[in-house]
Design a protein around this ligand. Structure first.
Ligand SMILES: [Zn+2]
Length: 278
């Protein structure tokens, strides 16, 4: 809740009456959550987790110390708050939690606050690529339902689904620009306002305009000619373009900055990070 009623000149008593018991919870919750997050963030980072991080997420090793410390804190919040669910017989352990949380939290390093993906309710993990039925409306209105093999998926209802073998492969090579966790969590960032539309974190009209222009030009260029840095899958639509551009931004920042400087700058402003310097 913001402070608009006060600014509009509401007397405090009238405001308290209007809010009632629910109002107390609304005012108290953010403070309670902030305290809890601070507690989680500042507790000692388990040694076993640090070992997994070193082994599994080379990208995290590149971070300058202040960002690395922030990553460890966010990971503790993420792992405490988000249930991980093993699917297809997979038993979830710390290796899954740490490897996935580290990469998911990279996207939040430059953002204010400790709230990790407030709309995310679950992370579902399959051992390998999983099959989902896909409805497609063909020309003439015929609806076809085809099975599709996926490495990951992000739902607007607050779920991310990942194939563990793909998570490992994506994390192991931190310089190929292909990373399923960065990709799916970019969709979650994009889904902060509902459906993914390639317009994430729209803070103000000027920022929205700057990002929209950079993304539109980048998508048009990718549709015109192959890119050495961006996966061709980004041609699909603005949401996939944002997810693919995010993978390149974190894993191939120098190549992206050289190939598409305006797109790199727009992503750097959006994420409030400059991975070229890592
Ligand atoms: Zn995608």
């Amino acid at each position: 809740m913001d402070a608009t009623p006060f600014q509009a000149g509401w007397p405090l008593a009238a405001l308290a009456l209007a809010l009632g018991a629910a109002g107390v919870a609304l005012w108290a919750q953010p403070l309670w959550m902030r305290r809890r997050h601070r507690q989680l963030r500042t507790q000692p980072f388990p040694r076993a987790w640090a070992r997994i991080l070193r082994q599994r997420v080379p990208l995290a090793q590149r971070l300058p110390w202040p960002l690395r410390r922030r990553l460890l804190g966010l990971m503790q919040v993420f792992i405490a708050d988000k249930p991980f669910i093993g699917c297809g017989g997979l038993a979830i352990d710390d290796e899954h939690r740490v490897t996935i949380a580290a990469q998911a939290c990279l996207l939040l390093l430059g953002q204010p606050g400790d709230d990790c993906y407030p709309r995310l309710r679950q992370v579902l993990v399959y051992p390998d690529a999983f099959i989902v039925p896909r409805r497609q409306v063909l020309p003439g209105g015929v609806v076809s339902e085809q099975p599709q093999v996926l490495a990951g998926e992000s739902w607007a209802q607050g779920q991310v689904v990942l194939a563990w073998s793909e998570v490992l492969a994506g994390a192991a090579d931190a310089e190929d620009g292909r990373n399923v966790v960065l990709h799916e969590f970019a969709h979650q960032v994009d889904q902060d306002g509902g459906e993914a539309n390639g317009q994430p974190w729209q803070r103000d009209a000027a920022a929205r305009q700057r990002w929209a222009q950079a993304a539109e030009e980048g998508l048009a260029r990718l549709r015109d000619e192959p890119s050495a840095t961006l996966d061709a899958y980004g041609r699909t639509d603005p949401a996939e373009f944002f997810a693919v551009a995010t993978e390149a931004f974190f894993e191939r920042p120098r190549a992206l900055a050289s190939e598409a400087p305006q797109l790199y700058q727009a992503l750097a402003r959006l994420y409030r990070l400059d991975p070229q310097g890592w």
